[in-house]
Design a protein around this ligand. Structure first.
Ligand code: IPM
Ligand code: MG
Length: 368
């Protein structure tokens, strides 16, 4: 079958990790007889350099015509001036908002062969298998007013945390529905002891719980959640939370799997029903890691695993998604490592070599 995909490599290590995900997709195409037609576009700093904008109308339009978007990362020191009028991150936010992708799924698993490469005790990591459902198009990231101004006593700045009932309801629904397909435990994370948006969030969560009597709903304050994630992460099944909290908690949670370089994500406009494909944006949760850019050392696994989520959710290619995940497991089981997950007795590979190691294992990656 033929599939139309948008590919936005972005900045820093973005192009390098995306190239490896594309390499793996091509191996999948070869094995399963698919043709992935790739439409490359600019987003982030490279788009600013080329057009003055972090996301052009043309790129957004192109993405809308495809079945899914694969993105690397945006940002870097070159565009980091706090006084700059436009930032690379604006492009990513405009893309998420412009495509209506309010639900960001970030799965966290601990792979047995990586247990020793994390900074957390192996016994704490046993049985960790959770998904963070992060609200992606509301809260502090988008609330208005958002500005900085001069007062008689110096500068002042404001960001606005704002959520409507509808925005809260639709993301909680994704959380409840996803929990139903898993271990039926939903942790709704808020700061209801302080924030009004969180009190509305909690009230709606409590209301919705009656529609999901089979799901065990549990309210956790965000500061406590940050602590529980390192104290007893195996307790969590699905975590649903607002934008900023989800951003922070997923960087923390990524360390459970050994490295930021391991965590994939899917941004969707709701949870797809089984067997129904839906448009989505797929990106690693890590950033553009400018320090590692251009050195062929970044870990491409998060992006490769994001492309597996793309195969599963947006293209309906479940066997193919499984094959990619199995190929990653096989490469790791064979001792292939990038610097960030390096362990004694393993082979240290560069970005391209890790991509090759995964792609080479696709033909043999069984799916049962
Ligand atoms: C992420 C990133 C982005 C975010 C940045 C690059 C804007 O940190 O996807 O987690 O904050 O959403
Ligand atoms: Mg982040």
């Amino acid at each position: 079958m033929k599939f139309e995909l948008a590919v936005l490599p972005g900045d820093g290590i973005g192009p390098e990790v995306v190239a490896e995900a594309v390499k793996v997709l091509q191996a999948v195409g070869k094995k399963f007889g698919h043709n992935f037609s790739l439409h490359y576009g600019l987003v982030g700093g490279v788009a600013i350099d080329e057009t003055g904008l972090a996301l052009t109308a043309e790129t957004l339009k192109m993405c809308k015509k495809t079945q899914a978007v694969l993105l690397g990362a945006v940002g870097g020191p070159k565009w980091d001036d706090p006084a700059a009028k436009v930032r690379p991150e604006d492009g990513l936010l405009a893309l998420r908002k412009g495509l209506g992708l309010f639900a960001n799924l970030r799965p966290v698993k601990v792979l047995p062969f990586l247990v020793d490469s994390t900074s957390i005790k192996p016994e704490v990591l046993k049985g960790v298998d959770l998904v963070v459902v992060r609200e992606l198009t509301g809260g502090l990231y988008f609330g208005r007013p958002k500005r900085r101004w001069q007062t008689t006593k110096g500068w002042r700045a404001v960001d606005t945390m704002s959520y409507s009932e509808e925005e809260i309801r639709r993301i909680l629904r994704v959380g409840f529905e996803l929990a139903r397909t898993r271990r039926r435990k939903l942790a709704s994370v808020d700061k209801a002891n302080v924030l009004e948006t969180s009190r509305l969030w909690r009230q709606i969560a409590m209301e919705m719980a009656s529609e999901y009597p089979d799901v065990e709903l549990w309210h956790v304050l965000v500061d406590n959640c940050a602590m529980q994630l390192v104290r007893g992460p195996a307790e969590f099944d699905v975590i649903v939370t607002e934008n900023t909290f989800g951003d922070i908690l997923t960087d923390e949670a990524s360390m459970l799997s050994g490295s930021m370089g391991m965590l994939a994500s899917a941004s969707l406009a709701g949870l797809p029903k089984a067997g129904v494909s839906t448009f989505g944006l797929y990106e690693p949760i890590h950033g553009s890691a400018p320090r590692h850019a251009g050195k062929n050392e970044a870990n491409p696994i998060a992006t490769v695993l994001s492309s597996a989520m793309m195969l599963r959710y947006s293209l309906g290619l479940v066997r193919e998604a499984d094959a990619v995940e199995k190929a990653v497991d096989a490469a790791l089981a064979d001792g292939c490592r990038t610097y960030d997950i390096m362990q004694e007795g393993c082979k240290k590979l560069g970005t391209r070599e890790m991509g090759d190691a995964i792609a080479d294992r696709i033909p043999h990656a069984g799916w049962h």
